[in-house]
Ligand binder design. Sequence first.
Ligand code: PLP
Length: 380
Amino acid sequence: MRSIYLDHAATTPLDPQVNKVMYEHAEKIYGNPSSVHGFGREARKHIDEARKILARSIQARDTEIVFTSSGTEAINYALQGIAQSQANKGKHVITSNQKHQATLHTMEYLESIGYDVSYVQTDETGRMNPKDVEKYITDETILVSIMMVNNETGVIQPIQEIGSICADENIYFHTDAVQAFGPLDIDVDTLKVDLLTISAHKVNGPKGVGALFIKEGTTIDSILFGGDQERKRRAGTENVIGIVGFGQAVKQLEKNREEAQHHYATCKETFLTALRKENVSFHINGDAAEQIDGTVNVSFPGTQTESMLMNMDLEGIAASSGSACTAGTVEDSHVLTAMYGSESDRVKNSIRFSFGRGNTPEEMKEAASRMAAIIERITN
Ligand code: PLP
């Protein structure tokens, strides 16, 4: 039986061209990019090329990109770095109840050291009302952090509107764009963001490399202490080959963007149509009209997420209950709980399917057919 991978929101396979470029560079480039000799300068040149590619892809300047070890580190840097640098102005931060663990746990840390965090609520659509952000702003507010696309539901947040509010109020605005980078065109000026996080492994790049966009003029403290790398903003010898891979992945992304969008939309549509044809009863979680094409979160009445995932694994379908970081231990989703309430069946019977470049329409039909057989077995 052929396995079908429908968990691209957790991570994506390495693009073969990215793999090739990384391999070639790994054989030749080994200088420390901080060294002044030729070996070091060569390594630095490759980092700076990747930096240029990333910067161009979000309409930023090269100097506004800082490489990190992950999306998680970039989020920690943005939130802790701004909180520390602005502490003399105020200690109030705003986020939403729809967030990834990286933000959730950093916010909990900030609360533990005396910051006040407000959580903007979303309704069943999973979308926030920008006006709700405005309501929470006080004289003490120093930072707003809202994710661009939710990792569990694929719902897109009104980042530009929130960015305008923050700009008018002179408050720093960070967005976690880890799930948005690739599916959506990102222009940091139009969105009016001061800080933006991305991660390589969600766009067919290597794991363990991320980046933070920091708008020129932003006052942010470093959270790692050591050498002067990344213009004194992020200490630690750079992951040169990983960064080269990130750059190459973004190059590939830009080349194939439209085709890829169309492909994800086809996958989603084919999968959902096939489920309907198989007479599977289901509901899509969140506002289907405001979701990226690559992700769909589906509630299957009468089932339970954990047993579904186990059965799906046995039937060769790899999907997830939601965030990759809690996959493996299936807890109730805090994202779906925030949308539907803790008593809702949807919190206990939902599965996230996320599509990628390698999926085919045939796989979508096959996955739907296997799902129908599993649900029939479980519910009867
Ligand atoms: N933010 C979102 C929305 C994510 O989906 C993820 C990864 O699942 C992260 C942040 C963390 O990124 P990384 O895996 O690079 O640490």
